[in-house]
Design a binder for this molecule. Structure first.
Ligand code: HEC
Length: 181
């Protein structure tokens, strides 16, 4: 039994660690990430595309890891899961953030609203001043993020969106479905 558990654990760890089968390495933040329905598996999957830099910088593996780790620490220190969920864990007051980077709402609402030139800049502006760019009757409070903290958070969210979550969250809009709305 213990042997079986050890094999399962080792096998699972190799799949879920960055660079594993389901979790791209942190340098995926240098690339375009899309989300598309895959009829073979019956749910949507992240599609890693061509180079698409975030904040106009190509991050080396070390830089990318440091930035994403910083973002994770910001998220932990501000207790975002008091309101949000990641992989479904946390509170259900505000949207799940696992795929937030891919949310068509950035292009539809927050880029025009903030006047930002890119999705990452719109996300940073929103995170720094969520009350000013509110879109909902539930408001996100100002958590006093600095610009570097917000940038690291956005890089974390970009990396997170590349994780193959077996279709979670169910019904998350793909670009195709958003175009039909
Ligand atoms: C007190 C509750 C609360 C906390 C804590 C909170 N948020 Fe939010 N968040 C919200 C609400 C409510 C919205 C929706 C706001 C809107 O649409 O105007 C939101 C929206 C967002 C969005 C946009 C999601 C999308 O795709 O539509 C992101 C990204 C986000 N929050 C990130 C964070 C991060 C990162 C933290 C921690 C640093 C955090 N939030 C902490 C309540 C919260």
């Amino acid at each position: 039994m213990i042997v079986v558990l050890v094999i399962f654990t080792t096998n699972t760890l190799s799949i879920i660690k960055p660079g594993g089968e389901h979790v791209p390495p942190y340098t995926v933040i240098n690339q375009h990430i899309d989300y598309a329905f895959d009829p073979q598996v019956g749910h949507s999957v992240p599609v890693i595309g061509k180079q698409e830099l975030i904040f106009g910088h190509e991050y080396s593996p070390e830089e990318a890891e440091a930035l994403v780790r910083h973002g994770k620490l910001v998220i932990q220190s501000r207790a975002c899961i008091d309101c949000h969920t990641f992989f479904g864990n946390g509170a259900y007051y505000a949207p799940d953030l696992t795929k937030s980077w891919l949310d068509p709402v950035w292009a539809r609402m927050w880029i025009p609203m903030t006047g930002a030139r890119s999705r990452e800049d719109a996300m940073v502006k929103f995170l720094i001043d969520p009350q000013r760019y509110a879109t909902w009757n539930r408001r996100m409070p100002d958590l006093h993020l600095t610009t570097p903290e917000a940038q690291a958070t956005v890089a974390y969210l970009k990396w997170l969106s590349s994780v193959d979550t077996n279709g979670f969250p169910n019904g998350f809009p793909t670009k195709e479905s958003a175009e039909h709305q």
